[in-house]
Design a protein around this ligand. Structure first.
Ligand code: FES
Length: 166
């Protein structure tokens, strides 16, 4: 009789211990999957492409840095993809040679300066370090774009048709 009690007690404890271990494993796994990725993510420094791959007359989208790389004169700049109006993704349009926001029609020249639409300022820039083998974009350091109506710093008239109304 006492042997049966011991066996029942043993099984009961075994089940409780197993259930507790499964619970701990579940919490551990969930945290591992759901915890924010901070190292190297947006808000940090992103390694992109070699400096000579950054175009002089176009814009290269770098998804990891959520920005476009281009050269203004010989300086590499990183323009945030977030429209300074309400935050939609701005797209580069090769035929027009402009950035275009499909949400409310803001347009920007290749330097990210406002050409039209409701955007109150030009596209924001991230600080870049072009000195290494690859361009590093510091997505935690933002330089606000120039106010709408400011003079353009590059002389690149619109090339052709817009991509938004094709
Ligand atoms: Fe880009 Fe409104 S969000 S124009």
């Amino acid at each position: 009789m006492s042997n049966e009690m011991s066996r029942g007690e043993f099984l009961s404890r075994g089940w409780k211990t197993g259930a507790a271990l499964i619970g701990v494993a579940g919490v551990w796994t969930s945290w591992d999957v759901l915890q924010p990725i901070l190292t190297g993510g947006l808000g940090g420094v992103i390694k992109t492409v070699p400096p000579d791959e950054v175009p002089q007359d176009s814009a290269l989208f770098v998804r990891a840095a959520q920005s476009y790389l281009t050269k203004i004169d010989d300086d590499i700049v990183a323009l945030s993809q977030r429209c300074p109006h309400l935050g939609c993704r701005v797209a580069w349009c090769e035929p027009s040679g402009e950035f275009e926001c499909a949400c409310h029609g803001s347009t920007f020249n290749r330097a990210g300066e406002v050409r039209g639409g409701p955007a109150p300022r030009g596209m924001d820039r991230f600080v870049v370090d072009p000195a290494g083998e690859v361009v590093e974009v510091d997505t935690g350091t933002i330089v606000k774009g120039a106010s709408a109506g400011s003079d353009e710093t590059i002389n690149e008239p619109r090339r052709g048709d817009s991509c938004s109304h094709a």
